[in-house]
Design a protein. Structure first.
Length: 134
């Protein structure tokens, strides 16, 4: 994480939100490899907020979210398609069955994390680990 954070802090013009474990990536039409060594990838869709690092220069843009519009906060690309989301491969975090503040219920998203990582691996021809990071 320290190397990723260093890159993020020194490339603040390239991102708004770093998501350490997004789901929904398979909904992205394109993925862009920003850094090969760290496997930092710009994604169009990146749901789930269990590991989020916000760019300080983007706070005003992010604060424009309005809960009254009935779009979940983690659907960044829907409520503001100008927000640049990046992630890394393999993910820094995943989520097992737990309570979701966004869904207001117990939910198991493990397969969504697994499917999103598999999609990234296939897109860039990255080797996939047999087991996701814990």
């Amino acid at each position: 994480w320290e190397k990723i954070k260093f890159w993020l802090d020194n490339n603040s013009d390239k991102w708004d939100i770093f998501n350490g474990g997004p789901t929904g990536v398979e909904q992205s039409k394109k993925l862009i490899l920003l850094n090969d060594e760290l496997k930092l990838i710009e994604i169009e869709v990146g749901k789930t907020t269990n590991f989020i690092y916000y760019n300080r220069n983007s706070i005003d843009k992010i604060l424009k979210w309005n809960q009254d519009n009935n779009i979940a906060f983690d659907n960044f690309n829907i409520w503001n398609n100008e927000i640049k989301i990046i992630t890394t491969f393999p993910y820094l975090t995943i989520q097992y069955s737990s309570y979701s503040d966004i869904c207001n219920k117990e939910i198991d998203l493990y397969m969504r994390f697994k499917n999103s990582q598999k999609m990234i691996a296939k897109y860039f021809n990255f080797p996939i680990e047999k087991k996701l990071r814990k």
